[in-house]
Design a protein around this ligand. Structure first.
Ligand code: DGI
Ligand code: FE
Ligand code: FE
Ligand code: FE
Length: 187
């Protein structure tokens, strides 16, 4: 799929601010792909498509999750976690995107998971550090991403887990698995 085509698919589904975020993720992911020797064209496509389902109606997302092969336990967690997995299904079924790297990177872009590939890790980190983000501690992650991609992903997970725990909300198991896995990988 060409980038123009991907943009024409997602743009009608996104608010302007979310579309702008999407384009910044594309640029940040491309920079990381260049640095870490990953497929730039492919990561740009994954970035364009990553938040495609962000504003899908909840009942539509729920139905897609129930009817797919993915774990239904997602439905017991916050609906903010649904849009990645749902987008990974829709881009395949409605737009013929079958590439496993692209689909997995989109599926896991919010939660992360254990043993993320370099491709998945790049999208995960780019989504967190794109220049429009102002999370507490994000600047340290941006700096680290220039030299150590896995450490940057670990910091992203640490910050997100701390944020969620501070809000007294649940944390999806894959987020902990990703954190634990990278804790062992970076030391
Ligand atoms: O869609 P974006 O806003 O670009 O970013 P995202 O897909 O990474 O969404 C992140 C939001 O999801 C973030 O504000 C925290 C929230 N969230 C809720 N529960 C969990 C969670 N994030 C993770 N990693 N794990 C959770 O269990
Ligand atoms: Fe997202
Ligand atoms: Fe994210
Ligand atoms: Fe995003």
């Amino acid at each position: 799929m060409k980038e123009d085509k991907a943009i024409s698919i997602v743009k009608p589904h996104l608010k302007q601010a979310r579309f702008d975020h999407t384009l910044r993720v594309r640029e940040t992911a491309a920079e990381l792909a260049e640095m870490y020797d990953e497929d730039i064209e492919k990561i740009r496509l994954a970035a364009i498509l990553h938040d495609y389902a962000k504003y899908f109606p909840l009942d539509k997302m729920k139905k897609i999750i129930e009817e797919s092969e993915m774990p239904n336990d997602l439905l017991d967690f916050h609906h903010e976690l649904w849009h990645g997995p749902v987008a990974s299904v829709i881009i395949k079924e409605e737009h013929g995107v079958t590439d496993t790297d692209i689909r997995n990177a989109i599926h896991y872009h919010t939660t992360g998971r254990a043993d993320m590939t370099k491709f998945e890790t790049i999208l995960f980190v780019a989504d967190y550090i794109e220049p429009g983000r102002s999370f507490p501690g994000v600047e340290e992650v941006r700096e680290t991403a220039k030299t150590d991609l896995n450490r940057a992903a670990w910091m992203t997970l640490r910050n997100t887990i701390q944020f969620l725990v501070g809000k007294h909300v649940t944390v999806y198991p894959d987020t902990f698995y990703a954190y634990n896995n990278l804790t062992l990988r970076i030391n």
